[in-house]
Design a protein around this ligand. Structure first.
Ligand code: UGA
Length: 434
């Protein structure tokens, strides 16, 4: 099939590349000329494991192409994916100007039947709006389908190639049949393609992300309470998670959820509730608790150093909002850095992938370490913000000889309490006794 993907963020790029992998002719469109040139030269503009191999293979096979011309994209694809940004507006709602702007252009350019697919995370009712905008410009037949993505950064290629489910919101049999044909190679394992109306599909995405964010937040509150009553959240987590109704996943407490999706989507669903005369009390709490959780280490660090952080130097391991990505959007690390700088501390930071992004944000206010051990030279304490595998089994002797004090504040519970204690460290983590 001929596919166009408008927008080459991580969703668009992964979608386009993986659809080319099953033999489709894919044209990806982006307004950013330098990014398009980079991609035409075979360079993947984001860090996403395994994407580079598929990218190279499909470019070589002539199945994956790039252009800045929206009209070329609209002409090429029988199916046109909209993978455009839906940033958070000032009031927390999703800004639809990119999606509706492209819809208008589709209306102007459309010559024959097309299926327009909303892949971006958009509020309930957006497919109707897209349909309305296109209809104003043309009489040519088209369908609008909602096809939310459930890709996790860092696992996006795997999630796309082996999805647990595909959700298609469509009220047109013709469009549904085309979408099923497109996705058939990805569900050979028997995982379902779930067809529903557009509004339910749009809400499915928000409900899924908000539920997961709520699950994490619930565990963060249980962790905070564990500290008050002398319980160990790691034990509670295992005890709870073995109940198959609860499940083991997404029960890991920490310094809050971040990223480009959960924070934005929870706020957008809350706002969407208000717009439709419904108050999502649970989401309001999730937002508030997560904001506090991101900074939960700060008062602890402050208290440990007698409320005087001026002249102290801290090392930070992990800057990306989670491992296997270079993304620092809404990353807890950024909140911790800001708070510590404000208190007069000096910071040395290290992340396996996110150094460039954090440098863009903080410039010369930080010291950028060469590697994880370089971060720890002459520091008063080490702070762990992201659970990269490389931080899981450090050489504790090397750390001790590098650091001024053997003190670790761990926002991701990487170590066994006994182990670090035996190594001679003061160790503060989340939901476990110090
Ligand atoms: C999330 C969803 O998992 C995807 O299904 C969805 O498609 C995507 O958003 C999206 O809407 O595009 P992602 O943001 O890449 O994916 O990352 P996750 O792996 O879900 O992690 C989100 C946040 O939750 C991270 O900050 C992570 O550290 C935190 N988290 C996750 C916890 O604090 N504890 C856990 O147990 C799990």
């Amino acid at each position: 099939m001929k596919i166009s993907v408008i927008g080459t963020g991580y969703v668009g790029l992964v979608t386009g590349t993986c659809l080319a992998e099953t033999g489709n002719e894919v044209l990806c469109i982006d307004i950013d000329q330098s990014k398009v040139e980079q991609m035409q030269n075979g360079v993947v503009p984001i860090y996403e494991p395994h994407l580079d191999i598929l990218f190279e293979r499909n470019i070589k096979a002539n199945r994956l192409k790039f252009s800045t011309s929206l009209n070329e994209g609209l002409d090429h694809g029988d199916i046109i994916f909209l993978a455009l940004p839906t940033p958070e507006d000032e009031d927390g709602s999703a800004d639809l100007s990119y999606v509706l702007g492209v819809a208008k252009n589709i209306g102007k350019a459309i010559q024959n039947y097309k299926v327009i697919v909303d892949k971006s995370t958009v509020p309930v009712g957006t497919s109707d709006k897209v349909r309305e905008v296109i209809s104003k410009e043309t009489d040519v037949e088209f369908d609008v389908v909602s096809n939310p993505e459930f890709l996790r950064e860092g696992f996006a290629v795997d999630d796309f190639l082996k999805p647990e489910r595909i959700v298609i919101g469509s009220s047109s049999e013709k469009a549904t049949a085309l979408m099923k044909k497109l996705y058939k190679p990805f569900v050979r394992s028997g995982n379902p393609i779930i067809v529903m109306d557009e509004r339910s599909a749009e809400l499915t995405k928000y409900a899924a992300n908000s539920f997961l964010a709520t699950k994490i937040t619930f565990m963060n509150e249980i962790a905070n309470f564990c500290e008050k009553v002398g319980a160990d959240v790691d034990k509670v987590r295992v005890g709870m998670g073995t109940d198959s109704r609860i499940g083991k996943r997404f029960l890991f407490p920490g310094i809050g959820y971040g990223g480009s999706c959960f924070p934005k989507d929870v706020k957008a669903l809350f706002k969407s509730g208000q717009d439709n005369d419904y108050e999502f009390n649970i989401l309001k709490s999730v937002i508030e608790v997560n904001d506090t959780q991101k900074k939960i280490l700060i008062p602890r660090i402050d208290a440990y150093f007698n409320h005087d952080l001026k002249g102290k130097t801290f090392g930070i391991w992990g800057l990306a909002f989670k491992p296997e990505t270079d993304d620092i959007r809404e990353a807890p690390s950024a909140y911790i850095i800001e708070a510590l700088l404000k208190k007069g501390a000096a910071l040395k930071v290290f992340d396996p992938e996110a150094m460039q992004n954090i440098e863009k944000k903080f410039g010369d206010t930080l010291t950028y370490a060469k590697n994880m051990y370089d971060t720890t030279k002459d520091i008063d304490a080490l702070i762990i913000c992201t659970e990269w595998s490389i931080f899981r089994t450090p050489d504790f002797d090397k750390l001790k000889s590098n650091m001024k004090n053997p003190v670790i504040f761990d926002g991701r519970n990487l170590y066994d309490l006994e182990d670090v204690k035996n190594e001679g460290f003061y160790y503060s983590s989340i939901g476990r006794n110090t």
